[in-house]
Design a binder for this molecule. Structure first.
Ligand SMILES: [Fe+2]
Length: 421
């Protein structure tokens, strides 16, 4: 995309974002849309949509106090349906965060939804105090999102990487979002080592001043910083993945088949800095076995375009060995490549889209590595990039765009491997 066109896109997206913003509202009649400015004291920040599939999506709601939480949703702003109740028969409640999955949806369909909260304490199962007044319910603004469309003739997406909690960069990426993207890949290193539990909502769901629920649904991958720190294991309380909430998954969106892989840490599991807390080598082996099964699925095997997302690239410009006893770390995941490349090449992977190195690089296919490898830029506003993809019957186009000036650093095109239906 040329600079002028990109700036126009920001303008349109920004305008849509402003037009779509409705403030929180308190207990209107069900099915009505009545904007008001009343804040919801039970929630800690804005929600976010994760893990779109052809028949579901999941909304994460960070909480400030004990609350019962459910969603109202429907194909119009009148909503009409309710996602209420988890697999154990509870209306979901917590004092920190809930994730609510909306199921049994139609593929490629736009849905409207809002969050409803109600104080949980001391009402659940309690005979006291005797309730004479109804417990107040608070409703969020109405948002909209779309399920994935595996049979669509075209699709488009954006990729963020290595935002590292840089609020200015996240704001710029969010402002430049495209309203018609089918999904956004947040390709790892959202955090800087997770040693403070209080940071979790802001890292993954509600960055300051950014309402992620206004944007496309999010599909995440984990970066090496997202797996570091005492509270890193709680990322899955906030981020939902589509494969039974494992951090690796495969999906179709129109003519693109995509595989998201978890590259784990950037040093061996027995590295002294992990103090015995890393077990990423087993999960890399598990993904190797999983890949052999995934690439045989008809919707993956026969897809016109084949794309891989993973935080640490599988190739790099300098592959010299690292001194792990010193300050060495992996610029590329050799252990991932050794485990996965056979299946990925057999499948016909055309491009691997990564971050991690904090600079944009393009490695063209070779005989040994018959796939393109690209990485985006770094977390600072001057270095940040957004990677954009668009696929239709003719081509898969991937552009790496520098955020601060809209300059396209690389525009790549891929031919379809099979005919677009
Ligand atoms: Fe990073």
């Amino acid at each position: 995309m040329h600079r002028r066109q990109f700036i126009q896109t920001i303008g349109i997206s920004g305008a849509l974002a402003v037009a779509g913003k409705i403030s929180a509202q308190t207990a209107p009649a069900p099915g009505t849309v009545t904007p008001s400015a009343a804040p919801d004291a039970l929630v800690k920040g804005t929600p976010a949509v994760f893990a779109p599939t052809p028949d579901s999506f999941t909304v994460t709601v960070p909480l400030a106090a004990d609350a019962l939480v459910w969603l109202e949703y429907g194909e119009t702003e009148k909503l009409g349906s309710t996602a209420k109740g988890d697999s154990f028969g509870f209306v979901q409640h917590d004092d920190t965060v809930v994730k609510i999955k909306v199921r049994n949806l139609k593929p490629g369909t736009r849905y409207y939804w809002r969050v409803v909260t109600k104080p949980a304490f001391p009402y659940i199962g309690s005979q006291k105090p005797v309730l004479r007044e109804p417990v107040p319910e608070t409703r969020s603004q109405i948002y909209t999102t779309k399920t994935l469309a595996p049979n669509a003739r075209k699709t488009q997406f954006s990729v963020w990487n290595d935002t590292h909690d840089h609020n200015e960069t996240i704001r710029a990426l969010h402002t430049a979002r495209r309203a018609d993207d089918d999904f956004m890949i947040w390709n790892g290193d959202m955090s800087n080592n997770v040693n403070d539990r209080a940071l979790l909502p802001g890292l993954y769901v509600c960055p300051q001043g950014v309402d992620l629920a206004e944007g496309p649904p999010i599909l995440g991958t984990r970066g090496n910083h997202d797996v570091r720190g005492l509270w890193a294991g709680r990322m899955s309380d906030y981020v939902e993945y589509p494969n039974g909430n494992r951090p690796f998954y495969a999906f179709r969106s129109g003519p693109i088949a995509a595989i998201a892989l978890d590259t784990g840490e950037d040093k061996p599991d027995n590295h002294r800095s992990y103090r015995g807390g890393a077990a990423f080598e087993p999960i890399i082996r598990e993904q190797a076995a999983w890949l052999e099964e995934v690439i045989r699925r008809p919707e993956m095997r026969d897809a016109p375009y084949r794309v891989v997302f993973c935080h640490i690239p599988l190739r790099w410009t300098d592959e010299s060995p690292q001194d792990y006893e010193g300050k060495g770390f992996d610029r590329y995941s050799l252990r991932g490549r050794l485990a996965w490349q056979g299946a990925l090449v057999k499948w016909g992977a055309q491009i691997i889209i990564s971050g991690h190195t904090h600079r944009h690089a393009l490695l063209q296919p070779t005989k040994e590595f018959p796939y393109t490898q690209i990485t985006g830029g770094g977390p600072q506003p001057k270095r940040a990039t957004v990677i954009r993809g668009h696929a239709d019957a003719g081509k898969l186009k991937v552009s790496v765009i520098r955020m601060h000036d809209g300059v396209s650093l690389n525009d790549l095109e891929f031919e379809p491997l099979t005919k677009v239906a």
